[in-house]
Design a protein around this ligand. Structure first.
Ligand code: ADP
Ligand code: MG
Length: 569
């Protein structure tokens, strides 16, 4: 109870910081329960972790907003953002040394992702906060702590978590509706023969290379579909929406430099996730298993069959189980494709800006000069149709080579940010100017799934057990750093954090030197689906840490980049 909490804080006031450990436990304060799950060791250490639980009767959000999964995730997202806003509204809260007074909730960026910061169960809503327990130097400031628990926390719950006004409800309904619509639109893609949809009026460009916020309305040209590609889909809340449907098959995005090609492709990459209202990409959806493919020289590759793309390497290196500590541009791009096929994908996204030229094209003249026997690479252009026959579509940005006109089903030209359907012209040109290039490479071959070995994942090798994420782009796994900076559909540092612990979880629970990589990842995701994302945490049952759900594709990407990975093929 409140008295209990005050008594503890009184008794440790003025003592050394370690005395804060007496706070461990649960307290019933007013209408909510406070769980002190982790108490930091000093004011500079990572902050303390608490959970706060409120019953639905008090929170008062109507059940229709959280009883269905997609809605629940959206309402959780909405509430986490609202709590973050309430924390900001408190103003700067320095209450002493270091992190004293800090309050934090992991509320996410532009995407709506399942995350552990906010949990709506059938009985209650629980939020997970980080909190800096106040001290002057290492001396406990008990009064300041009491103010945090008895004034700051109740205020952010009041403002962030409770449904108090009609306009709270309206805002929540809108947030949930926007997410639900995106989910529904994405589900309509496949039955409609599409791989992506970009609604009319969408704002695709972002504020800058380092900001995912939309370019302001006075600078951005809204998206308008070319008439020939325009389709109508049915959103459960917004009703009929119109926009550009990108059909299954091979699609080129062409156009002059700076005309908006990469911007469109980047929006499609992120279309695997739902976006918050006001983002500009609320009506941009891509099939959920779409994978961005790029060159990534320097990455490690462990026994990947890249033989559809690379063969006859000098000195007879095997490319059916190709390993390297430092891949080249083309071998890394080939590995990225083969790994995407291994985990499962129905859409590849490529941009010439981030592709290896010799991987993408080999034109007639070069075929004449350098005989096929002397060129290990079978370019993507000779595989893209075979991939289509395997049910894998491709959308690619190519401003520099017309050779692809021969294989394309759809050609979209970006013209000063306005898309035009130029498929017919491109096909005419392909007939008029024959390239004379020869098709290279035989059949695509069969996919061989790889089986990771248990020893790959022991972070204690050489005595260090730490698994830790640094931003979106890096995981420290024992002594190894997993570099994820080129895994472009990883969008949230909490996804990266989750992947670190998913690898540990999968290694401890399922890796048996028999299951394939794909099976291992599926097993973890099934557990998460049934028991919640908390399940991957070493602190399951308490504040689990801040996680957001990654896709199987990004989990696989991280494992594939682990330098200690060992597999049998
Ligand atoms: P490309 O890949 O064709 O060379 P980009 O997609 O990189 O072109 O776009 C070039 C610039 O134009 C970027 O700064 C981008 O933010 C901006 N841009 C793209 N689309 C739009 C748009 N619809 N409205 C306004 N600016 C845009
Ligand atoms: Mg570009």
């Amino acid at each position: 109870s409140k008295e209990q909490l005050l008594r503890v804080l009184n008794s440790i006031d003025g003592k050394g910081y370690k005395a804060y450990k007496e706070l461990y436990g649960a307290y019933r304060l007013d209408y909510f329960t406070l769980y002190c799950d982790y108490i930091q060791g000093d004011p500079f250490a990572s902050p303390s972790r608490v959970r706060i639980r409120v019953e639905h009767k008090k929170a008062a959000w109507p059940a229709e907003l959280w009883s269905v999964k997609v809605r629940r995730i959206a309402l959780e997202d909405f509430l986490a953002r609202r709590v973050a806003r309430a924390i900001r509204a408190l103003g700067p809260r320095h209450r002493g040394t270091g992190k004293s007074g800090l309050l934090y909730i992991d509320s996410g960026g532009q995407e709506i992702l399942p995350r552990t910061a906010m949990v709506i169960s059938p009985e209650y809503i629980e939020i997970r906060l980080s909190l800096g327990l106040p001290a002057r130097g290492r001396t406990i400031l008990g009064r300041e702590a009491a103010e945090m628990f008895l004034s700051d926390v109740p205020r952010i719950i009041e403002e962030g978590l409770l449904c108090r006004h009609a306009r709270d409800l309206e805002e929540a309904r809108h947030h949930v509706a926007v997410a639900e619509d995106q989910e529904a639109l994405r589900e309509q893609l496949r039955p409609a023969g599409l791989v992506a949809f970009v609604g009319n009026g969408s704002i695709l460009p972002r504020r800058s290379g380092i900001s995912q916020l939309p370019l302001p309305a006075d600078k951005a040209i809204p998206f308008v579909s070319p008439p020939t590609l325009e389709v109508e889909l049915q959103a459960p809340n917004a009703g009929r929406v119109r926009g550009m449907g990108i059909p299954q098959g091979i699609t080129l995005i062409v156009g002059g430099g700076f005309h908006g090609k990469s911007t469109l492709l980047r929006a499609l990459e992120r279309g695997v996730y739902n976006h918050i209202p006001g983002d500009g990409r609320e009506l941009v959806v891509t099939v959920p298993d779409a994978v961005k493919i790029r060159a990534e020289d320097g990455r490690r590759v462990e026994k990947v069959d890249i033989s559809p793309f690379i063969n006859n390497l000098p000195y007879g290196q095997n490319t059916e189980a190709f390993s390297t500590e430092e891949a080249s541009g083309s071998t890394s791009q080939a590995a990225n494709i083969m790994e995407a096929l291994e985990i499962g994908t129905s859409l590849l996204l490529l941009d010439e800006d981030t592709s290896a030229t010799n991987f993408m094209i080999r034109d007639h003249r070069m075929q004449q000069l350098v005989a096929k026997e002397k060129e290990p690479i079978t370019p993507f252009i000779d595989r893209v149709k075979q991939l289509k026959e395997l049910g894998i579509s491709t959308i690619m940005v190519v401003g520099g080579s017309g050779d692809y006109f021969d294989v394309a089903d759809t050609v979209i030209m970006m013209d000063a940010y306005v898309p035009r359907d130029v498929t017919a012209q491109a096909k005419e040109i392909a007939v008029k100017f024959v390239t004379h290039r020869q098709q290279e490479g035989g059949p695509f071959g069969r996919l061989r799934p790889r089986i990771p070995l248990k020893e790959s994942f022991d972070p204690r090798r050489r005595g260090k057990t730490k698994i830790r994420a640094h931003g979106v782009e890096e995981i420290t796994f024992g002594y190894e750093d997993i570099d994820l900076s080129y895994v472009e559909q990883l969008v949230d540092p909490s996804q990266t954090r989750a992947i670190g612990d998913i690898i540990r979880y999968l290694a401890e629970r399922y890796c048996d030197n028999r299951r394939t990589l794909r099976e291992l990842i599926q097993l973890v995701l099934e557990d998460i689906n049934q028991k919640g994302l908390d399940i991957i945490s070493p602190f399951y049952g308490q504040h689990p840490g801040d996680y957001a759900l990654p896709r199987p594709q990004e989990i696989a990407a991280a494992i594939n980049r682990l330098r200690t990975l060992k597999v049998v093929q």
